[in-house]
Design a protein around this ligand. Structure first.
Ligand code: ATP
Ligand code: MG
Length: 400
């Protein structure tokens, strides 16, 4: 049976009062963007719901896209039938059979077309009986049904809507501004990016690259991570900063124990400058309290001192095992564990201070002039764009 449309529910977003329109418009924009490869499918936005009218397009790839689009709380496939009892019964049965076996169901009928001769109550019973007879072992459960099949009998046709499929929730990417995500090759920062995107934040990434201490494969790893993130929103720009010269100087000039702190401060200063240049209003990191030496309260305080920018730290209170779980779910884990050194592991001193003192950092930074290396790092920054993987797109998607 051919599906007619996909019904999209907003969830939390619908509660956002006056801002609701801002969020739903952004979601409409993102949904349209993701279904571009299917030109006959059209999006209709109403106050509480959104519809993707399929007009004959295959529903499967569109269902897959909906599973990733932030701001979609849940969605359901719907069948359009004639206003005819048998056709309606068959549609309801079909929607139930498309579900995992053994679940319970309920039929909720609404009849806005009063010329249809059977009232809603009676239709509930007739459809329920038909489904029971023909579906072997799907018991009715009107209180907590596994599948709530909605039947809407309208003037011209009847719409039968099936099982709720879970969307990723959150807010539509782009509805909460943009952040510059400090993206290393590790496990944490891509997860931080994903969580920021889930709150509606669009991301650009910044990566500090230190050739020849870190190689092209390390850079590729970061591009692949950004590409994985792009499927939750739009394409992701990566600012790749040539960091070697500055990092070597920090390593040579700053006393043992403080080089990592100073290096992090440099990273944050450069990130702020790049964000400013591109009109981005916040930074984001994958820091998690207590995880490593640079992530103690004292260390974060000392590193954070160099910027007035809001620094989003979506993982700050999370356990490593929970972070790893998310990285597996979003398919970044296997990329993150590829064994290439990043610039921090190459230069990390054997015993970095876990409680770096601000006066000492000021003293050390004050005696050495890093400005030339600092400016060259910014000037040499290269921008690479990571788009959702080509093979995930329909053939000729770019031409449509
Ligand atoms: P991750 O798993 O994200 O690498 P981590 O646990 O290794 O994090 P750190 O190495 O202390 O922690 O890095 C803390 C944060 O600093 C990272 O989450 C990331 O946001 C940022 N960062 C570290 N190295 C880089 C880099 N080379 N380029 C860009 N950002 C970096
Ligand atoms: Mg790391």
């Amino acid at each position: 049976m051919q599906y007619d449309h996909i019904l999209i529910r907003y969830g939390e977003m619908a509660l956002k009062g006056k801002n609701r329109k801002h969020f739903t418009k952004q979601l409409e924009y993102n949904v349209k963007d993701q279904i571009k490869p299917f030109p006959k499918a059209k999006v209709e936005r109403t106050r509480d719901r959104m519809y993707i009218h399929l007009h004959g397009e295959n529903h499967e790839p569109i269902v897959e896209a909906c599973r990733h689009i932030f701001g979609i709380h849940s969605f359901s496939l719907a069948i359009r039938t004639e206003n005819e009892e048998q056709a309606i019964k068959e549609a309801a049965l079909q929607l139930l059979l498309d579900n995992p076996a053994g679940t319970t169901f309920k039929i909720s009928c609404r009849r806005t077309n009063k010329r249809f001769p059977i009232d809603s109550q009676e239709m509930n019973q007739r459809i329920g009986a038909y489904v029971l007879q023909n579906s072997e072992g799907y018991p009715v459960n009107v209180r907590t049904p596994g599948v709530d099949i909605m039947v809407e009998i309208r003037e011209r046709a009847t719409y039968v809507t099936g099982q709720k499929i879970k969307g990723p929730g959150g807010l539509p990417a782009g509805s909460s501004g943009k952040t510059l995500l400090m993206l290393s090759g590790g496990i944490d920062s891509p997860v931080a990016g994903y969580l920021a995107m889930k709150r509606g934040v669009e991301i650009e990434a910044i990566h500090f690259h230190s050739p020849p201490y870190t190689n092209e494969r390390a850079k590729q790893k970061v591009i692949d991570l950004a590409q994985s993130l792009s499927k939750f929103g739009a394409k992701v720009k990566i600012h790749v900063v040539p960091f070697t010269e500055l990092q070597v100087k920090v390593h040579q000039e700053i006393p043992f124990g403080y080089s990592m702190t100073v290096m992090r401060r440099m990273m944050m200063r450069i990130s702020e400058r790049i964000a400013q240049k591109h009109g981005i209003l916040s930074l984001a990191t994958g820091e998690s309290l207590g995880q490593v030496a640079s992530q103690t309260m004292e260390s974060m305080h000392t590193i954070n001192e160099v910027t007035n920018y809001p620094v989003l730290r979506p993982l700050i209170t999370m356990d490593k095992s929970d972070i790893i779980d998310i990285s597996k779910q979003i398919d970044t884990y296997d990329i993150s564990i590829r064994p290439y050194d990043d610039c921090c592991t190459v230069f990390v001193p054997e015993a970095p201070k876990t409680k770096p003192r601000l006066e000492k950092v000021h003293l050390y930074e004050g005696t050495i002039d890093f400005s030339a290396e600092f400016e060259r790092a910014i000037e040499g920054t290269e921008i690479i764009t990571a788009s959702p993987a080509a093979e995930e797109k329909a053939p000729f998607a770019d031409l449509l």
